[in-house]
Structure formats: C-alpha cells, structure tokens
Design a protein around this ligand. Structure first.
Ligand code: BTN
Length: 262
C-alpha cells in the first residue's frame, strides 16, 4: 500500500489505490503515531468496506471512500455527535454540488439523502492514538459518497450523483467540498457545542413531524418523529402516546413510495 499525500485546507489527505477499509488504515496509522488530528485517508477501492451494524459497503472505483481522524478531547458521548457534524458537512457540500435546490436531506442518525434516496453514509469508530507516546482515544469518521454508482439491493433505496444527472464530480472534488464544509462546522461544535449542529441537521431532517418506523433488532416502532434531544437521540411519540428517546436503529418513512418492503 502506498499513499500520496496532499493538503486539503485544514486536512492532510493520504490517497491510496486500494485498501481493505479506509477506517482500518486510519486506525493503523493512528496507532503507529503516523496520523494526527485532521489526517484523512482516501482510497479508490476498498476490498472490505463496511457500513453501520457490520453491513458491507460495496466499494468499487468511482465513489468516495475516506476516513477523517479527529482528536476533539471530549467525552465519548459528546464525540458521538461528530457523526451529525459530518452529516451536515456532507449535506452542505452536496447541496453546493447539486445547485442548492433543497433536494439534500438527512436521515437519522447520519445518512444523507438526495431526492429521498441514500447517497452517503457515515461510520464513526474510536481509535487509540499515540501522540508523543501518550495513549489517548480518537475518532475515525468514515464517509462513503455515491458518485458514479450505487448498490441496487439495499433495504433503503440508494442513488448516486450521476444517477441524478450530476456529472463531472470525482472522489477528489467531493472530498474537497466536504473538507471545506466540515472545517467551520467542527470549529463551531468545539466552541459552541451541539446546539448549532443539531439545529442545522433538523433544518433538513427527512420525515420530521411525520410518522416514521424505527427498527432495531427485534424492535419495530412506529410514531411521530418529533426531533432530536441534546445528545442526538431521536425523539419518537409512539402511536400509543408513549415518548421514546431512541439511540440506535434504522429509520423508514411510512409514505415513501420508493421504499422496498423489507
Ligand atoms: C453506513 O451508512 O452504513 C456507513 C457507511 C460508511 C462507509 C465508509 S466508506 C469509507 C469508510 N471505510 C469503511 O470501511 N467504511 C466507511
């Protein structure tokens, strides 16, 4: 594995041809003291790309596969909010690329949709870092954005920029857009906490105020999506009047004609 290094604003990008997973490579670099805050690993292809809940993330050439190393020095509970910071950054970047017609939305917890279909996913993991020999905990924020292709057989329907008629983008151009959007949002999160990010995420939240389904393991809940609490948990008013704070699960929208029954 050889990596070319170049800068992207506040970020230093290590670009590879093929990796097992950019999250894995970032963990290796971080553990070896070879990556610091703001390092980004990008690969043209992943042979073992993974999504949330151990799902496979199909990673053929043409899409963006990258991982950011972040050392926020916050509790793990707070650091988990970085998935929303990244989701808002990706949505901002895609809105610029697609011409800002408000077709970009967020699906809880951190999927980004274009015209109601999933175009990007985020996988946050923790990592041991070794800056100057001092062991501490960092966050790897892995991001996949569908540019040239998308998987057909997913429980929630997907799309790509090209499938939506947006040509001329590459993994490099999309990554530059994400880096430019992420840097100020990360600064605001560090300085002002979760509230501005939460508000920005809610502005584009798909299904807000509507009846949704949330599935987690054997649980299949239905209710009105009322918002996010101060930690990023989904607030659900169940059909029986019960209020729940949901911290993990997959959201499905009741009225989405696109959605496959699964
Ligand atoms: C999801 O929606 O399930 C999260 C998908 C995250 C995929 C990205 S691609 C780059 C990084 N490396 C991985 O192995 N996964 C993440």
């Amino acid at each position: 594995m050889t990596a070319a290094r170049h800068g992207a604003g506040d970020f230093s990008v290590h670009a590879y041809g093929e990796l097992d997973s950019t999250n894995e490579e970032m963990k290796r670099l971080a553990a070896a003291g070879k990556a610091g805050h703001g390092s980004v690993v990008r690969a043209d292809v992943q042979t073992a790309g993974r999504g949330r809940r151990g799902r496979v993330w199909v990673s053929k050439p043409g899409n963006l596969y990258c991982s950011f190393l972040l050392l926020p020095r916050r509790s793990l509970n707070q650091s988990a909010q970085l998935s929303f910071v990244m989701a808002v950054a990706v949505a901002d970047a895609l809105e610029k690329i697609t011409g800002g017609d408000r077709a970009v939305t967020g699906k809880w917890p951190n999927d980004v949709l274009l015209r109601g279909r999933k175009i990007a996913g985020i996988l946050l993991e923790t990592v041991s870092v070794n800056p100057e020999g001092e062991e501490s905990e960092g966050i790897v924020a892995g991001l996949g954005v569908n540019i040239a292709h998308y998987p057909e057989d997913t429980a929630y329907p997907a799309t790509s920029l090209e499938a939506c008629g947006i040509e001329g983008q590459t993994p490099e151009t999309v990554l530059r857009g994400v880096c430019a959007a992420f840097a100020p949002l990360y600064g605001s999160w560090l300085g002002d906490g979760f509230e501005p990010v939460r508000a920005a995420w809610l502005e584009r939240a798909a299904g807000l105020g509507e009846t949704i389904r949330v599935r987690f393991g054997e649980e299949d809940l239905s209710g009105v999506f009322e918002g996010l609490d101060g930690s990023g948990a989904l607030l659900l008013l169940e059909d029986d009047g019960n209020r729940r704070q949901i911290t993990a699960g997959d959201v499905y929208f009741a009225d989405t004609a696109l959605q496959r029954a699964s």
